[in-house]
Design a protein around this ligand. Structure first.
Ligand code: PLP
Length: 389
């Protein structure tokens, strides 16, 4: 095995729970285990922790605590706001972008089968939605618009403040899936926002939906928890973990963004030094932790498996839907052809990533790429371009 046992470059897929987060959550499993809806002191203790966590998250977002709903995931938050608004309005038109996460895109596709109209806005070749296209997409019956803050595959950052302003002028609620941006970059205030704890060193299975002034039907009916907007006994430990993780992420945001941007750029430059390699997504308006390139004459799955053999964890396409061997919809939306998208590699940096790990990756990846190219069915074409025979 290598001098580095394993290096993790997949922080967009998930992150390790921080020690401080684990510590904050720990008492709420077996010591302060009350049901936050119970009237006795056990319940009150849990309720207090839940409401303190809600207030912490609200403050970081710049919202009021009653606007924050704890959910079971980013997927649930996105489903709630989109389906919930659609169910409430019963019919109408939705605006979104072509590069959303599947938990937005597949909701929209499903809503189309229920009679709703959806506009999927294109992106430019850097993965960014045009505010002009966005403004032109509104119709008299538009019920909600949803554009992600930052893309999970290519890291492109959308002009959210501008999009919110346009939606407000049109009198339509605007939602953003901020799962990849929250805690990494400063966020504009929007009518609705989705976040997920496990992307920011919190626990898996905890999300937040923050909304103000949007009427939507709940997805989960039951005991009326979360003021009737999301029934189900509250995950107090999860909410406490979310709040602690968010607090720490915001406190360290500036410093971490700077540090990770430097590592990101080192990685991008190092990978682009490999011949016939191209950057996916923008150079500037990009998440501090995202690297995504495509290698000509390479098959991404094979590359990820070979890198895993070198102790390097990375991904191709979206890790969330890796069981599908379809070319990534986000890369296709940039204008890449299917075979180009299949040759892509996403590496996402995180808090634990060090310069030594980046150096290690840059030492290991070029020979693996060359080895794969020699085995590639396109090796003749590669040789024709002056590659190794
Ligand atoms: N939205 C984006 C942009 C994501 O990257 C993800 C997960 O990868 C989700 C939503 C889903 O979040 P969760 O894993 O909490 O369901």
């Amino acid at each position: 095995m290598s001098p580095m046992d394993r290096v993790y470059f997949d922080h967009a897929a998930t992150t390790p729970v921080r020690e401080e987060v684990l510590e904050a959550m720990q008492p709420y499993f077996s010591e302060k285990y009350g049901n936050a809806s119970s009237l006795h002191s056990f319940g009150q203790e849990a309720r207090e922790a839940l409401e303190t966590s809600r207030a912490t998250v609200a403050k970081l977002i710049g919202a009021n605590p009653e606007e924050v709903i704890f959910t079971g995931s980013g997927t649930e938050s996105n489903n709630t706001i989109l389906k919930g608004t659609a169910f409430h309005k019963k019919k109408g038109h939705i605006i979104t972008s072509a590069i959303e996460h599947p938990c937005v895109l597949n909701v929209c596709k499903w809503l189309e089968t229920r009679g709703f109209d959806v506009t999927y806005l294109p992106v430019n070749n850097e993965g960014i939605v045009s505010p002009g296209d966005f403004a032109n997409a509104f119709r008299n019956d538009t019920i909600i618009a949803s554009v992600m803050t930052a893309n999970n595959e290519i890291g492109s950052i959308q002009p959210i403040e501008e999009l919110q302003k346009i939606a407000s002028e049109k009198g339509v609620p605007f939602h953003t899936d901020a799962v990849q941006g929250f805690g990494k970059i400063p966020l504009a205030r929007t009518d609705a926002l989705t976040v997920s704890a496990h992307k920011l060193y919190g626990p898996k299975g905890v999300g937040v939906l923050c909304t103000k002034g949007i009427d939507f039907d709940p997805l989960l009916h039951g005991g009326g928890h979360e003021t009737g907007r999301r029934s189900g006994t509250e995950n107090v430990a999860g909410a406490v973990g979310f709040a602690r993780a968010a607090e720490l992420a915001f406190a360290e945001m500036g410093k971490e963004a700077k540090r990770q941007t430097a590592l990101r750029d080192q990685l991008i430059d190092g990978l682009l030094a490999i011949d016939r390699t191209h950057l996916n997504g923008p150079r500037e308006k990009r998440l501090p932790n995202n690297v995504n390139v495509w290698f000509e004459f390479i098959e991404g799955e094979a590359l990820v498996l070979m890198l895993d053999g070198e102790g390097i964890a990375a991904s191709t396409g979206s890790a969330c839907s890796q069981k599908e061997l379809k070319a990534s919809h986000a890369l296709l939306a940039l204008g890449l052809e299917a075979h180009q998208a299949h040759g892509s590699l996403r590496m996402t940096i995180g808090r634990p990533t060090t310069e030594k790990e980046v150096d290690y990756a840059l030492e290991k990846i070029p020979p693996v790429v060359q080895r794969l190219r020699k085995m590639s069915p396109f090796k003749k074409e590669y040789a024709g371009f002056g590659g190794e025979k």
